[in-house]
Design a protein around this ligand. Structure first.
Ligand code: FES
Length: 165
């Protein structure tokens, strides 16, 4: 188990977050319709959705953990494993691949000393591949946390990484 997981997995949702989830569920037509928003709240607080938290949220939304896990796994911006403080989602779809996505990936891997899917040893970055980000006209593209970046080459990647140091 990684350091990140040890830090975050043992803490329960807590009354405040449970209350927030119950509140958004109450305003939804069907409690299940609130599940993505609920998972996002958990992720915002803990960075990822642990198995324990998934079980808690499922109970609040009257879903089975398997049903909720199906949603969480399908939605690729919900992280089911620990991630670093910043998540780099690097597009690996065709337009980006054609425009140099592999070189961008290799550069990030070299700079961060990780492979795709891994987190840096200092817990600062996780590098994850993702399907098309809808930024194909500026391929290759990636998101870091909530922000989208395109036209990635080595110099631009270095500049972007510097902003998060
Ligand atoms: S293929 Fe990469 S952003 Fe669309």
């Amino acid at each position: 188990m990684s350091t990140v997981e040890q830090v975050f997995v043992r803490e329960p949702l807590g009354p405040r977050l449970r209350h927030e989830i119950v509140t958004i569920a109450r305003h939804a037509e069907d409690k299940r319709a609130a599940c993505i928003d609920a998972l996002k709240l958990v992720q915002k607080r803990f960075r990822f959705v642990s198995d324990d938290h998934l079980v808690e949220v499922a109970a609040l939304l009257e879903m089975t953990p398997a049903e909720l896990d199906g949603v969480a796994t399908f939605y690729n911006l919900i992280f089911r494993r620990p991630v670093g403080r910043h998540v780099i989602l690097l597009c690996d779809s065709v337009a980006c691949w054609v425009m140099g996505g592999a070189a961008a990936c290799a550069h990030l891997c070299e700079r961060l000393s990780v492979k795709p899917g891994e987190t840096t040893v200092d817990g600062r970055f996780t590098l994850l591949p993702i399907v098309c980000l809808g930024h194909c006209d500026h391929a290759p593209a990636m998101m870091v946390d909530e922000d989208l970046y395109g036209d990635l080459d080595a110099a631009r990647l270095d500049d972007i990484l510097r902003r998060f140091r």
